[in-house]
Ligand binder design. Structure first.
Ligand code: NDP
Length: 480
């Protein structure tokens, strides 16, 4: 068992096991090998995590912000020191190529911790003069937060949620997806090594029911979920019942619009990055690639040639550019989408097959707006290319979806780039780039793809609440 952690959960500063919880088998998607055996949290484990975090949060919030930040910065240093070990673990947990996990997953998580460690001590309230009397505001932590993660960027998601939450004085109980439970445990261990008090960041494993138990507990003030739209609807509704704050980072079917004056190689490269990186298992992917008629043939020819040159293989081999899907279940779903696209008459440009084990070939279809592949999130390496003629037309078609996570435009005409982005219904956008999500930039969605923002100064709003204090400076003027 080459990635077996000391125990399934990390609660109140220590490992915790309860073998009566439902078994969770962790598979390395590269080979199908079982790399760890864990147990879902039982009610006793959930209670220990919630009670411990709830009790610890007050003293953490009362610390000076720079003292909290110092601890987070030590964690950042430990993550960077252990970069290779953590990248290998992430590859084992997810099946993503080591060249990706070295560059994207933990490095992006460390950036988030570093950014919020720097930002949190600058967060202050304001003084409001009232002509003699005055008011002031305090930005307080919301309290106990629950983080629930998807399996595509498990460690990055844990860091992106922990960084603003903890730096601003909240405590967190985090439940990773049971498909990828290992990275978050490392983060919990590193925080303790960095000097974080016990109980501030806890990890409990489990299936949806564990997430639901956490999200509905009366001690929890906020729920931050990264997952699918159907799960988001359920968790948001449950949180609303308890009047809790939420951040919802959900799915998408984002448009990537390529005008015929665009640089073809850059546009092809971006479309490939936005569909094949992490084997397409990225929420913000530009899975509807709208190509203007004048550039269509050149674009498709280069896309096909470059896609067919992608090097698939052993995720732990550093020359591998493309790995398997995360699980047999996800593989089955993606292959069903491909079969449906073929049945609906979509034109296969390249790929379309299962490449053995959990692999799916990088696949490109030409589709029309009515086909399922143009409407439904696949979460796999399947690109849908659509042709358009005019700016007005493509904006309407791009917005014709319930999703609103991301959007991209490629054009040499920057005025047009800004004009089109201004009219697209999406929370995270790119002009002449795609899928870059630096921590300095807000990340989030509109419409059914979510609510709230992660990263950047915008996240401060979502992990603090404002207390307003009126201060009287004279006698009270009362009619009674
Ligand atoms: P799911 O929605 O299936 O699961 C997300 C998490 O929620 C899992 O940990 C899951 O546990 C948990 N969960 C399920 N049901 C409940 C419930 N009733 N109450 C509380 N928690 C629950 O998503 P996937 O893990 O399959 O991830 C893929 C999805 O995530 C895609 O739609 C993708 O677009 C989206 N995503 C969005 C991102 C964003 O930032 N916008 C980034 C990454 C992914 P369990 O796994 O045990 O069911």
């Amino acid at each position: 068992m080459r990635a077996q952690p000391q125990a399934s959960h990390f609660v109140n500063g220590d490992w915790l096991e309860d073998a009566s919880g439902a078994p969770i088998e962790v598979i390395y998607p590269g080979t199908g090998e079982v790399i760890a055996r864990l147990h879902a949290a039982t009610p006793a484990v959930i209670e220990a995590a919630l009670a411990g975090a709830h009790a610890a949060q007050g003293a953490w919030a009362a610390m000076r912000p720079v003292e909290r930040s110092r601890i987070l910065m030590r964690a950042v240093a430990l993550i960077r020191e252990r970069a290779e070990e953590l990248a290998v673990l992430e590859t084992l947990d997810t099946g993503k190529p080591i060249q990706e996990t070295r560059a994207a997953d933990w490095p992006s998580g460390a950036d988030a911790l570093e950014y919020f460690a720097g930002l949190a001590p600058t967060v202050t309230g304001e003084m409001i003069p009232l002509g003699g009397d005055f008011a002031y505001t305090i930005r307080e932590p919301v309290g106990l937060c629950v983080g629930i993660g998807a399996w595509n960027y498990p460690s990055q998601i844990a860091c992106w949620k922990a960084a603003p939450a903890l730096s601003l004085g909240n405590a967190m109980v985090f439940k990773p997806s049971e498909v990828t439970p290992l990275g978050a445990l490392k983060l919990a261990e590193i925080f303790i090594e960095a000097g974080m008090p016990a109980g501030i960041f806890n990890v409990v494993q489990g299936y949806g029911a564990v997430g639901a138990a956490l999200a509905t507990d009366s001690r929890v003030a906020k729920v931050s979920l990264t997952g699918s739209v159907p799960t988001g609807r359920r968790v948001y509704a449950a949180a609303a019942e308890g009047m809790k704050h939420v951040t919802m980072e959900l799915g998408g079917k984002s448009p990537l619009i390529i005008f015929d004056d665009a640089d073809v190689e850059s546009a092809v490269g971006a479309a490939m990055l936005g569909n094949f990186y992490s084997s397409g298992q990225v929420c913000s992917n530009g899975t509807r690639v709208f190509v203007q008629r004048g550039i269509r043939e050149r674009f498709l020819a280069r896309l096909k040639a470059r896609t067919e040159a992608i090097v698939a293989g052993d995720p732990l081999d550093e020359t591998t550019q493309f790995g398997p899907l995360v699980s047999a279940a996800q593989h089955g779903k993606v292959m069903a989408h491909i079969a449906q696209a073929k049945a609906e008459g979509a034109r296969l440009v390249t790929g379309g097959g299962a490449g053995g084990a959990l692999f799916v070939q990088p696949t490109v279809f030409e589709v029309t707006d009515d086909m399922a592949l143009a409407r439904e999130e696949v979460f796999g390496p399947v690109m849908a290319v659509l042709t358009f003629d005019t700016e007005e037309e493509v904006i309407a078609r791009a917005n014709g979806t319930e999703y609103g996570l991301a959007a991209g435009v490629f054009t040499a005409d920057l005025a047009r780039g800004h004009r089109v982005i201004g009219r697209l219904q999406a929370g995270t956008c790119w002009i002449n780039a795609y899928n870059l999500t630096p921590v300095e930039m807000p990340f989030g969605a509109v419409k059914a793809s979510g609510i709230g923002r992660e990263n950047s100064k915008a996240a401060v709003e979502h992990y603090t609440q404002v207390k307003a204090v009126y201060v009287g400076t004279g006698p009270v003027d009362s009619p009674y």
